[in-house]
Design a protein around this ligand. Structure first.
Ligand code: NAD
Ligand code: 0WE
Length: 258
């Protein structure tokens, strides 16, 4: 049976009730995991309030700010986890960012600064977080990150995010190789398009969702809960032999060629 009782999980990337990370948090909580949740701090403290209210039902043991670009905040996060739990079983990385300008128009217009920012937040952050978690990862630990088909195929306008996801998927393999001897597994879930805060800000996302509803084998898109269930499986002992893998949760879309 899928049982995460006694497991301590850090969940990063909840912005609102549509976030994929929120779907994951709910499924891990339902399976018995104890949660630490981070939010991206903003000047007016609005995210802090909004996300705090949202996550109340899953009763997080720790609720902390973390901008992955901020070394002080990531350090404070892992010291708080070390103090509270003395270990970490599950790390969920469900965050990405590219400047809006980079997600439209010619890919060759990508600026050096835009490239660096997208790759730092969306790909490098996984390396940094794993380095900080390494000393406290428990035997049987598991890392999950979120990727997208645009990291292996050309999707119009995904642009520099595609390069960031390609880097992220390769990070998964190198981190899996490094952490494997410690019995910590590292995997990615490649989700089909879902309406979230990030995807809704992208022009034409509804057309892409309709395209998937027509072409995917299951003739629909996937839900945050379905991604959450796959994440719960991957970080459970049922997946003890799986590491360095990219698991597609996309209603089968990626297998279709015509
Ligand atoms: P979302 O907007 O709900 O989540 C993105 C999160 O990234 C937000 O919580 C935001 O606060 C966080 N974030 C951005 N910059 C950050 C920073 N500097 N430090 C810390 N956090 C930061 O959108 P989502 O669709 O749930 O995205 C979650 C993940 O899923 C992303 O990696 C995304 O690429 C991936 N994904 C999304 C889809 C989709 O269609 N929605 C499909 C496949 C993969
Ligand atoms: O990974 C993503 C979204 C990533 C994302 C979205 C935004 C919009 C707002 C990263 N940064 C930003 N920055 C912003 O300012 N997805 C998989 C969803 C998504 O985004 C696309 C897609 C799909 C699907 C962009 C273009 C084409 C398809």
């Amino acid at each position: 049976m899928l049982d995460l009782t006694g497991k301590k999980a850090l969940i990063m990337g909840i912005a609102n009730n549509r976030s994929i990370a929120w779907g994951i948090a709910q499924q891990l909580h339902a399976a018995g995991a104890e949660l630490a949740i981070t939010y991206l701090p903003d000047d007016r403290g609005r995210h802090e309030q909004k996300v705090r209210q949202l996550v109340e039902p899953v009763n997080p043991t720790l609720y902390l700010p973390c901008n992955v670009q901020d070394e002080e905040q990531t350090d404070a996060l892992f010291s708080a986890i070390a103090d509270k739990w003395g270990k970490l079983d599950i790390l969920v990385h469900s965050l990405a960012f590219a400047g809006k300008d980079e997600l439209t128009g010619d890919f060759s217009n990508t600026s050096a600064a835009g490239f660096s920012r997208a790759l730092e937040i969306s790909a490098y952050s996984l390396i940094k977080l794993c380095a900080k978690a390494k000393p406290i990862f428990a035997d049987g630990g598991s890392v999950i990150t979120m990727t997208y088909l645009g990291g292996v195929r050309v999707i119009p306008n995904y642009n520099v995010m595609g390069i960031a996801k390609a880097a992220l998927e390769m990070n998964v393999r190198y981190l899996a190789a490094e952490l494997g001897p410690q019995n910590v597994r590292v995997n990615a879930i490649s989700a089909g398009p879902i309406r979230t805060l990030a995807s809704s800000a992208v022009g034409g996302i509804l057309d892409m969702i309709h395209h998937v509803e027509e072409k995917a084998p299951l003739r629909r898109t996937v839900t945050q809960a379905e991604v959450g269930n796959a994440a719960a499986f991957l970080c459970s002992n049922l997946a003890s032999g799986i590491t360095g893998e990219v698991l597609y949760v996309d209603a089968g879309y990626s297998i279709v060629g015509m």
